[in-house]
Design a protein around this ligand. Structure first.
Ligand SMILES: [Zn+2]
Length: 341
């Protein structure tokens, strides 16, 4: 299985975020890439640099206003006397019915959901290359590869059409799915990250052509708190095309695989022509977020179950944080997937 990844993705190096109000080092570190690359290589994957696809495939799922913000906000922020080095919001609209502000501080609050996605001088470039890794993986799948892995970092599934959040800026899984739509009338996105894929859900919430399915820790006491409940089923033409499977904290392989079987059933009746797997490895029992308890061999079993769909698949990296087994968990998933297709 091929891997797509660009060195430029490493430049984004966020310094901090607030966890329960306390300043902490940001866990979405460039070092994750080294562990994941080692994991992909151990699964026999060859590493390829994607092409620069420009803004077209990114603008297919994000608003022009938001992309202009992401591209320019760091430079604008530096013009504010006494501003922080990284762009971090300090005020948010309580809803989106107010006016769009002209100021950098106002726009940061408008376009950033939380403090977990600080923007530095390098963020825009890294986020674009991360998205282009997903685009080229989708191109390969459309050219006949059965499955391709996109080592996307920074990750994407918490990014809405015009909001960054939870370490995410550009929604790489959504970009891949939209790209696949060029050849496929129906595309399914299956998100197995520990956290609910709220941005992905938001982007496709009113659409029946992209089914969004997410298995994750119950948000009642877990990020992203405001989304990820079972009663969020889509709206308008998209009603019935969003399927959330929240799990109790610390659920292990058996519970996860049971939810996965229900997800598979829904995807099979949707009958998509292509699949995006939003692959978070933070459901691991040893992940620093500690939300679920999937084992290293459990990731192979999850992969085998998904691969049985026999759909052309783009596997997009989402979360999964520094722990000794991060690379092994990716190896387990990619090996299980490759052995089944
Ligand atoms: Zn996550």
């Amino acid at each position: 299985m091929k891997t797509f990844y660009a060195e430029e993705q490493k430049r984004h190096n966020p310094k901090g975020f607030l966890s329960s109000g306390a300043p902490q080092p940001n866990p979405e570190k460039p070092e994750r890439i080294e562990r994941l690359l080692a994991g992909a290589r151990a699964a026999g994957s060859s590493i390829h640099h994607p092409k620069n696809y420009g803004l077209g495939p990114i603008a297919a799922v994000h608003t022009p206003e938001y992309l202009e913000f992401l591209q320019n906000i760091h430079r604008r922020w530096q013009l504010i006397p006494g501003a922080s080095e990284e762009v971090v919001p300090n005020i948010h609209p309580i809803n989106r019915t107010g006016s769009y502000p002209a100021s950098a501080v106002g726009q940061a609050g408008y376009h950033m959901a939380d403090t977990a996605c600080p923007i530095s001088a390098e963020t825009w470039e890294s986020a674009c290359w991360s998205a282009w890794s997903a685009v080229e993986a989708a191109e390969c799948v459309m050219s006949g590869e059965p499955a391709v892995y996109a080592l996307c970092r920074p990750p994407g599934h918490h990014a809405f059409a015009d909001v960054a959040g939870g370490f995410c800026f550009i929604n790489n899984s959504a970009v891949a799915a939209q790209r696949l739509r060029a050849n496929a009338a129906r595309v399914a996105i299956l998100d197995v990250d520990l956290h609910h894929g709220n941005g992905t859900q938001g982007i496709f919430y009113a659409r029946p052509d992209v089914l969004t399915v997410s298995i994750h820790a119950d948000p009642v006491r877990f990020y992203p708190f405001f989304w990820g409940y079972a009663d969020e089923r889509g709206e308008g033409a998209g009603l019935g095309y969003n399927y959330n499977l929240p799990l109790s904290r610390k659920s292990g392989d058996a519970v996860f695989l049971e939810a996965l079987a229900a997800a598979m059933e829904r995807i099979e009746v949707f009958a998509p022509q292509a699949l995006v797997v939003a692959l978070g490895l933070d459901a691991f029992e040893g992940d620093p977020f500690g939300g679920l308890s999937v084992s290293t061999p459990g990731f192979a079993r999850i992969a085998e179950a998904i691969a049985k769909l026999r759909l052309p698949a783009v596997i997009v990296q989402e979360g999964g944080y520094l722990c000794d087994e991060l690379g092994d968990n990716l190896t387990s998933f990619l090996t299980g997937f490759g052995a089944t297709i």
